[in-house]
Write a protein that binds this ligand. Structure first.
Ligand SMILES: [Fe+2]
Length: 398
């Protein structure tokens, strides 16, 4: 394999091709294919990443997927631990290959697709870090692709940069509507493209780190649940019931999510409660009870640093308050108790009543409802909310 740098023109040679065909990317960003036989060439590590354009093995893998370029040492240049994978989607080969070449030179692993449908297929097969997406393509256009990806839980965090023509205001507005993260205009400015891609890939990694932190919290919560023989699959059932009831109450998407997360995380603070108290058989002493009550405050402290937990924290802290102010930790009453905590509490109690525990049988739906109504009459719950819950339970098939 050989190549030579001549100013702004890169010469790249395919090792698999004895005739040394090379792509040229000039300073004007045009692309040409030339026969380089006869040149005295030296191939740099960077340039070697480009040679796979011409590797026929790559182009055959995904049908109309055009090529894949593997970066090796490039990650050092762009400063990521792993080589980020970028998908370039454009039906125009020249424009697609220009973008790919620029990104490969920056050190990214580049995968190319020449249509929206291939792009969607690839997104599901590869762990991508960013997508550079052309707007106008036959069949599925860029907007459709972006919308699809941003609606899916699995792909919504992958940043999408739209490739638009200069001053194409309508495309930009439509792009924002379907969830585009950024735009770049053709012809590409290498420095601008590199800066935008790098910043979004970094942002994605930060988002993923946060997701990992969330996952750690969820697994701590599950571990606590499994330590407590009293609760069984309490959290799973709460999440299911919470989703159904919040849909019944026409909650917003974020409220539904908070309530479901509350199902998993409400008792995460029990991680800080000693086993002697948490797992004690029989009644807790007054002192032990005070220790047990701390779980709501410990839970709040654990989740506080994560911004994404903001909506769940009121549930964690206040799920043991009572309507008449006799609950803990703050003795809040009436509507001072955050609404989601009130809603969560009803679900928590209902599930506890209708499940079997070592110390009690499972109550029937009707028995559970009459206990909750009794508690409401003695002032512990929000009467209006309980009425809605009773209506929901009587119509809920499960
Ligand atoms: Fe609790």
């Amino acid at each position: 394999m050989e190549s030579k740098n001549t100013g702004s023109t890169k010469q790249v040679v395919s090792g698999s091709n004895p005739r040394h065909k090379a792509h040229y990317i000039g300073s004007n960003h045009t692309l040409a294919l030339q026969d380089t036989e006869g040149y005295s060439l030296e191939l740099s590590q960077q340039d070697s990443r480009l040679h796979s354009w011409m590797d026929p093995r790559v182009s055959s893998v995904y049908g109309s997927l055009v090529s894949a370029t593997v970066a090796d040492k490039g990650s050092i240049k762009i400063g990521f631990d792993d080589v980020p994978k970028v998908l370039v989607v454009d039906d125009h080969a020249a424009s697609r290959m220009t973008a790919s070449a620029l990104l490969a030179m920056e050190g990214y692993e580049v995968i190319e697709a020449d249509s929206g449908s291939i792009a969607v297929e690839l997104v599901n097969q590869r762990q991508l870090d960013l997508i550079l997406l052309d707007v106008m393509m036959p069949g599925m256009d860029g907007f459709e692709v972006c919308q699809l990806l941003k609606q899916s839980e699995h792909t919504r965090l992958i940043p999408v940069i739209f490739i638009t023509a200069l001053n194409d205001r309508r495309s930009r507005i439509r792009g924002i509507e379907v969830g585009a993260d950024d735009f770049i205009t053709k012809p590409f400015d290498r420095v601008e493209l590199a800066a935008r891609v790098k910043s979004l890939v970094r942002q994605k990694q930060l988002n993923e780190d946060l997701e990992h932190a969330e996952k750690v919290l969820f697994s701590i919560a599950r571990t606590i649940e499994s330590r407590d023989p009293n609760t069984g699959d309490h959290c799973e059932r709460l999440v299911k019931l919470g989703k159904a009831f919040s849909e019944y109450l026409n909650f917003s998407r974020s409220q539904i999510r908070d309530l479901m997360w509350g199902g998993y995380l409400h008792d995460i603070g029990k991680v800080g409660i000693p086993d002697a108290v948490l797992l004690k058989h029989g009644k807790l002493t007054a002192e032990e009870w005070e220790i047990m009550k701390q779980h709501v405050l410990i839970g709040e402290q654990i989740c506080q640093p994560l911004r994404s937990m903001r909506g769940v924290i009121p549930i964690i802290r206040h799920h043991h308050e009572r309507w008449d102010g006799s609950g803990y930790p703050d003795g809040l009453s009436g509507d001072d108790i955050p609404y989601l905590a009130q809603v969560f509490q009803v679900l928590d109690i209902y599930d506890a009543l209708t499940s079997e525990r070592p110390y009690k049988k499972a109550f029937t739906k009707q028995e559970a409802i009459s206990i909750i109504v009794e508690e409401t009459n003695s002032g512990w719950r929000n009467p209006k909310l309980i009425q809605q819950f009773v209506e929901f339970i009587s119509t809920d098939e499960d």
